[in-house]
Design a protein around this ligand. Structure first.
Ligand code: ATP
Ligand code: MG
Length: 321
C-alpha cells in the first residue's frame, strides 16, 4: 500500500459491543445512528480499545450511503486532511434476521477529558438571531473575525473546505464542525490546547443521491460537467453575512486564495494526489460486502472517482494552479 497506509477491508461485527445508552443526549442530525463501545481488547488493529464509535446507518432510500463516510476517511488520509476513521460496520441483530451495514466511526475526542464545542454554539454566541435550523447566517467572516488571534484558523478552514469541494460535500453546516478543548475537563482553569474537529459527517457527498440505475447517464460528459458546477455545488457556509448570491465551491476557494494568499500553498498541497493513489485505497471496498442491497459496485466507485477528479480539475483551473 502506498504511503504506508493500511485499512481494514473486512466488515466489523458490533453485536458484542456494549451499547452506549447515554447516546441519546448526543443525538443531533437526521440519520439513524447508535453509539457503542469497542471491546477492551479488539481483534481488529484498526479499532481503538474501549472507545466510543458511532454506528451510522444510511438513509433508507440509499443504502450505499454509508460508504461515503468510509471513502471520505480514506481519501482524507491520502490528501492530508483529518477525518475520523470510518470502517465497515455490520450488525446481525440491529434488525432481526437481516444484516445491517453502516459506517463505524471513531469518536474524535475523549469524553472523560476533553470538551467539545459545536460550531452551532459558536455561531449562536456571535450572531444575533442565528437560525439554527437552516443556518442561513453561517458564514466564514464571522468565524474569521472571532478567531483572528488564532493564526491556524485560516489554514484549517482552507483544508476542510478543499476537502469538501473534492468530495462534493454540501453539508458542512454549523453542526458539522466544532472545536475540541483538549484536556479541558482535567484543567478547569483553562490554558489547554484548542483543536478543530476533524472533518466528520461526510455522507451528503460523493454523488450519494444518484441512484445506481442513473449513474450511466453521467457517461455524457456535458451532463457530468453540469453536475459538477450546478447550484448544489457550494459550501453551506457563506463568505460573509452581507454576501449577495452564494459563491459556488470553486469561486469561494478562488476568493479565499486571493484574500489569504498564504493558504494557496496548503490547498496546492492537498491537491497533489493522483488517480492511482486514490484508486488503490478504495478498490478493496468493492467486494468487501456482497449483500446486493449494500454492496459498493465497481460502477459506483468509478463514478465517485470521476467526480473527485472532475472537481479537482475544475478547482485547479479556477485557482490557476
Ligand atoms: N466521530 C465523531 N466523534 C464525536 N462526535 C461525533 C462524531 N460524529 C458525529 N458526532 C456528533 O454526532 C452528531 C451527529 O453526527 P453526524 O453529524 O455524523 O450525523 P447527522 O448529522 O445525523 O448526519 P446526516 O446529516 O448526514 O444525516 C454530530 O453533530 C456530532 O456532534
Ligand atoms: Mg451532522
Amino acid at each position: 500500500m502506498s504511503d504506508g497506509l493500511s485499512f481494514h477491508n473486512i466488515p466489523i461485527v458490533i453485536d458484542k459491543w456494549r451499547k452506549d445508552e447515554t447516546y441519546d443526549i448526543y443525538t443531533v442530525g437526521s440519520r439513524d445512528k447508535d453509539a457503542y463501545f469497542s471491546p477492551k481488547e479488539p481483534k481488529d488493529q484498526s479499532i481503538k480499545p474501549d472507545w466510543r464509535y458511532l454506528f451510522k446507518l444510511s438513509r433508507s432510500w440509499c443504502p450505499w450511503q454509508f460508504w461515503c463516510e468510509i471513502i471520505a476517511y480514506r481519501f482524507g488520509c491520502i490528501i492530508g486532511v483529518e477525518v475520523p476513521p470510518a470502517h465497515i460496520g455490520l450488525s446481525k441483530i440491529y434488525e432481526k434476521n437481516v444484516d445491517t451495514y453502516a459506517a463505524l466511526i471513531e469518536w474524535f475526542y475523549d469524553e472523560s477529558k476533553d470538551i467539545y464545542i459545536t460550531g452551532e454554539q459558536i455561531m449562536v454566541g456571535l450572531i444575533k438571531d442565528f437560525d439554527t435550523e437552516k443556518g442561513r447566517k453561517h458564514n466564514l467572516k464571522t468565524i474569521r473575525d472571532f478567531f483572528k488571534d488564532r493564526k491556524e484558523t485560516l489554514n484549517d478552514w482552507a483544508s476542510v473546505l478543499t476537502f469538501d469541494i473534492l468530495i462534493g460535500n454540501t453539508d458542512r453546516h454549523q453542526e458539522n464542525w466544532g472545536l475540541v478543548l483538549k484536556n479541558a475537563k482535567l484543567n478547569p482553569k483553562g490554558g489547554g490546547k484548542v483543536y478543530p474537529s476533524p472533518a466528520f459527517d461526510n455522507g451528503t457527498a460523493l454523488g450519494h443521491e444518484i441512484l445506481e440505475k442513473n449513474i450511466d447517464k453521467y457517461v455524457d460528459t456535458n451532463r457530468l460537467e453540469r453536475y459538477l458546477v450546478d447550484k448544489r455545488a457550494r459550501h453551506h457556509m457563506k463568505w460573509s453575512l452581507d454576501e449577495e448570491g452564494q459563491l459556488n465551491f470553486y469561486e469561494f476557494m478562488k476568493k479565499y486564495t486571493v484574500e489569504f494568499p498564504e493558504t494557496k500553498r496548503i490547498i496546492t498541497r492537498h491537491l497533489s494526489f493522483d488517480y492511482q493513489q486514490v484508486e488503490e485505497v478504495l478498490a478493496p471496498l468493492v467486494g468487501a460486502v456482497s449483500d446486493p442491497k449494500y454492496k459498493l459496485t465497481r460502477k459506483r466507485l468509478d463514478f465517485v472517482l470521476k467526480l473527485i477528479f472532475g472537481r479537482k480539475r475544475i478547482l485547479e483551473e479556477t485557482l490557476e494552479l
